[in-house]
Ligand binder design. Sequence first.
Ligand SMILES: Cc1ncc(COP(=O)(O)O)c(C=O)c1O
Length: 452
Amino acid sequence: MNKENSMSQGDGVDSLYAMTTEEIEECRKHLMIGGGTRGGPVLHHGKGVRVWDIDGKSYIDCTSQSWALYLGYANDEIWQAVQQHARRLTHVHQGFDTLPRFALARKIASIAPPGMSRVSFVPTSALALEGAMKLALKNRPQSANFLCLWDSYHGTTLGTMGASWITTRSNGQYVGGSRFLPLTRQCVRAPNPYCYRCYFGQKPETCDLMCAKMLDLTILKGVNGPPAGLLMEPLQASGGQIIFPRRYVEAVREICDRYGIPLVFDEIQTFVRIGKWTAAEYYGVTPDFLVLGKAVGGGLPLGVTIVRDGLLGYDPDTEELHTFANNSLSQVASLKLLEIIERDRVLDSVNRIGEYFKEGLLRLQAEFPEMGDIRQVGLHIGVEFVKDPESKLPLEAETKKIRDEAMRRGVIFGLAGVRRNLLKIKPPLIIGREECDEVLRILGDSMQAVFR
Ligand SMILES: Cc1ncc(COP(=O)(O)O)c(C=O)c1O
């Protein structure tokens, strides 16, 4: 390890960062992980949009670490708030009230769509979605199955895994999620509106929303009993950064209303990143349950379930109880994050810089037609790589090579799409134009190395 790289702040962890290469390899043998794209660098420290590895190499991180660090690495204001609060309280049992929890509940209710004013906290995103599933079941007695969309991803807890594409053969083979079927059978799927490869051969100009009609038919003919709810990412992330047409989202709301099916928006990735507080606001469609996670904790673990007024919420008889559901540190970090987003007009800059990114990507596309589709809303950006625009043959191996080339050159991109031919560009929301230019230049160089 590069010793010069040690931050040496006398912060009580210096000795940990003095680990030798041999020690690292010894430790590696004991570690078991169940997912995530491996093979990247061992990370050492980060600041803003950049992260450094243990050899001192720096990267612009266009993954924001699972898309969760909206203000980048080591935001001073967040960490000061967390450090100060750590002297008062860290972990608190869910049954005790605290002022940060009160304040955060009120704050989240103020940014949620009107008419969604009750908020519950859990330790992480997928648990918050399971919370919405519980409440949907509670509000729909006699229901058992959920609806979800093709290629959606909602997590890997046993409750959410059955709604994630990883239990299907979407990417050509059965992967991890398909091994736990006895406990993940509660979902029935309907087509997603994947307009770039419309399953019904329709063109955007003449589309008559066959996917929404299929949802309607699935409800009528494909589900045993009344569906408990429809789980939906209003813009699909892991499935391929797929932006749903507004007409489709409106049609889904109408269908759910017609059949009395609770609509659950999984906004774990869309929240703020799409340049609005929520996708509900972006589409002008209010769900019955709205779920936040990932970045909402300001870099610390936090999941949030928000319930529409008039629906049953939790009763305090152990419907939802978690040891770490009342994490003061996450709540304080979240409050600081939300304060900074408002104060620094982060939503405006997400829209501006997202457009700037898109213009740069379109310029690259003129040179590289393999960039088959560029899908951008705010800083929720994906590029789908294909052999050529006509055949749209997915380029899985090449996309991975581009990712690897970019990593070598100092930019970390995400890989996604059920065909693994999608590069995800989702940097911290504080990225500036110069850093965007650097990302675009390195993307161009990486494509040059792979395609020419
Ligand atoms: C849309 C969406 N929902 C749910 C989850 C699960 O979140 P977590 O892994 O934080 O529980 C993810 C994670 O990637 C996600 O992208």
